[in-house]
Design a protein around this ligand. Structure first.
Ligand SMILES: *[C@@H]1O[C@H](CO)[C@@H](O)[C@H](O)[C@H]1NC(C)=O
Length: 245
């Protein structure tokens, strides 16, 4: 409190002023004649306090009243199809179907036994009192056995159908000198000659030949051609397949 030394009020007044100052407020104890200031502006609000402790649990509420069911709504749209389900268990077997069409014929089977398939036999006779022509083929004009027809009485030739080993044999009656020849495809294979020493004779001969299919075999005579075929004096020519190839 700065106080001018030159001014010194009397004690009475001084006391009065002191009282006044006391009345006006403590701060004015040393002021004189000051006009009271206007009240200050309100201070800024203080910061928020800390949260209080949690309150006690409230009382139970009033039980709710169940609402009444409303009217049925309209049908909704169909939803998207779901995923396919798992396969069910296998069902029972169905009835047998109707038989199918008959198939095409199969390939030919294996060859059967030679007994059944490969056969070739013949016996033929020459029935005539006339001698065959000299140096020519002799036709045996009558069939005794010829199931396969391999000997042709028209041509006087045997024709091989089944290749293999064949045996040929002839028994000829004669009333004159005779030479019987056997030909295989035009090649002379055997010749049997018999000169007469009595009124009637029989001569014979045989040969085994391997024949190919189509081969031909026949008998012939040369200059000696006294072959006959009469009652009691037959001339026969036979052949048969022994082993097929
Ligand atoms: C015998 O041969 C003749 C002349 O080749 C022929 O016409 C005839 O059909 C043959 N006969 C048989 C049974 O094969």
């Amino acid at each position: 409190m700065d106080r001018s030394p030159s001014f010194r009020p009397p004690v009475g007044l001084n006391l009065l002023l002191l009282l006044l100052a006391l009345l006006l407020g403590g701060q004015a104890a040393t002021e004189f004649y000051g006009i009271p200031g206007i009240p200050g502006l309100p201070g800024a609000p203080g910061k928020d306090g800390y949260d209080g402790l949690q309150g006690p649990k409230g009382e139970p509420g009033i039980p709710a009243i169940p609402g009444t069911r409303g009217p049925k709504g309209q049908k909704g749209e169909a939803g998207t199809p779901g995923y396919p389900g798992k396969n069910g268990p296998m069902g029972a077997s169905g009835l047998p179907g109707v038989p199918g069409f008959i198939g095409l014929p199969g390939e030919p089977g294996e060859e059967g036994r030679y007994k059944q398939k490969h056969q070739s036999v013949f016996t033929v006779t020459r029935q005539t009192v006339q001698y065959p022509a000299s140096n020519s083929l002799v036709k045996f004009n009558t069939v005794v056995t010829n199931p396969q027809g391999d000997y042709n009485t028209s041509t006087g030739k045997f024709t091989c159908k089944v290749p293999g080993l064949y045996y040929f044999v002839h028994h000829t009656s004669q009333t004159a000198n005779l030479c019987v020849q056997l030909y295989h495809n035009g090649v002379q294979m055997t010749t049997f000659c018999d000169h007469m020493s009595s009124s009637k004779q029989v001569s014979s001969g045989g040969v085994l030949l391997r024949l190919r299919e189509g081969a031909q075999v026949w008998l012939a005579v040369n200059d000696y051609n006294g072959m006959v075929g009469t009652e009691g004096s037959d001339s026969v020519f036979s052949g048969f397949l022994l082993f097929p190839d």
